[in-house]
Design a protein around this ligand. Sequence first.
Ligand code: ADP
Ligand code: MG
Length: 521
Amino acid sequence: MNGQQPILRMEGISKRFPGVQALNNVHLEVLPGEIHGLLGENGAGKSTLMKILSGVYKRETGRIVLDGQDIEVNNPHHAQTLGITIIHQELNLMPNLTVAENVFIGREPNTATFVQWRALHRQTRELMRRLGMNLSPTALVRNLSVAEQQMVEIARALSVESRVIIMDEPTSALTENEVMHLFSIMRDLRTQGLGIIFISHRMDEVFEICDRITVLRDGEYVGTVNAAQTNRDEIIRMMVGRAVSEFFGHGESHPGEVVLEVHNLSKTGTADDPDKRVVKGASFSIRKGEIVGLAGLVGSGRTDLARCIFGVDRRDSGEIIINGQPVAMKSPRDAIRAGMGMVPEDRKLQALFLAMSVEANASIGSLGDVARFGFINGRLERRMVGAYVNKLNIRLARFDQRALDLSGGNQQKVVISRWLALKPQILIMDEPTRGIDVGAKAEVHALIRQLAQEGVAILMISSELPEVLAMSDRVLVMHEGEIVGQLSGAEARSPGSAERIGAMMTGEHDHAAAHSIHELR
Ligand code: ADP
Ligand code: MG
């Protein structure tokens, strides 16, 4: 980083939306062969800055300099011709077209002949080889995994000879192996002299992959630092303007009587494989005011177990008992009636009615309270939701702002506020802090802890082991559909617990753990 000419310089960028100064005099500089982390809490302005760079929004002040030349970016297509490519968090492919068609979309010869397509297929195969992917150019994009779709987007970026690639939270839906693969590709692109702007909420990833880090807060530029010369605490302080611990500390907890009992629950069948046994004889219980963390690898059956308990999926066998009464649990309606709530894994698809307003989303679970005489009482609804918006520190410009336009952390808080309004006895949360930043995460952690203190029994699924260890009164570990072990909160917070749980999660611990299963009830 020594006097090289930057590939990209954004200087003094400002942008207002009605009611919000999204960016105020913000700077960003990217060097050739640099992976530059762009960090900031939800609503800090990261996406807006990137949308200005990629031609989605117009800036109101400032300059954009690419390779020493002042540029205007008129629209996203123009950005691409300038060598600026954005890989969105919500992938932007045509699901019903092939891999090759998506890579060359808008640039295929307009009367593409068979021979020309053969050439495009060859080029696609070549790009895929460069990315270490074995994807057929004729595969339909809708049949690909998120990671594979991302690779198609990256292939497209390479095929247009991008100078700068923007990745807006590219890892939030990837497995660990897929993240490692993406990082090796990013490192490869770095050696080719490209500039990469990387947005992520995962500190460990940022420190693993980034050369420098620029931090925004509330639309303001806070600073740029070398990753090797800073640390997580400093970055978090820059992001939130105060010191926060990354995980909400574990307070004292006094679990009460057993609220939920699950006996020998089994489920067979996934969309792909009707014979697969996804949950095998799971038994456990949760007490009033207790937070039970459910650890396990992606695909170990944690979400399947949660969906069966909440009545989203049918179990094959097993009993669900709430306050001593067996419950049929044929649908989420049964679960809600029995006093249960669930914050699902994919909050965008399942929990938020994205085009609806925040207030409608937050109150939807408890329309009984706000709907009078068959119509929704707007003022009452607003008052009820307003209380939660304050309580959860949800940052909104307006109450009727669409949930779709909220940042991930704020969306999550809206989803949780729905359940707060319903006052459940049992709350299942599947990856409650995935994809949200440290500040919002600490708030969600504090909220979970507070719910437990108010007596809610909580089942928290999380792929982030540090979160499970810090938050749980008890940890259950799943491996290939079975609960293979458990740790008390004290065990979870003592040295070596991560290794122990890791071994259980990967099945290396089956025999040693077997005896503890009998103590699960
Ligand atoms: P980040 O990506 O850092 O979470 P954003 O750039 O998405 O932040 O948002 C910055 C601010 O601008 C937030 O207050 C957000 O609510 C607001 N905002 C973003 N997009 C829009 C929009 N299309 N209309 C109105 N406000 C918006
Ligand atoms: Mg964003």
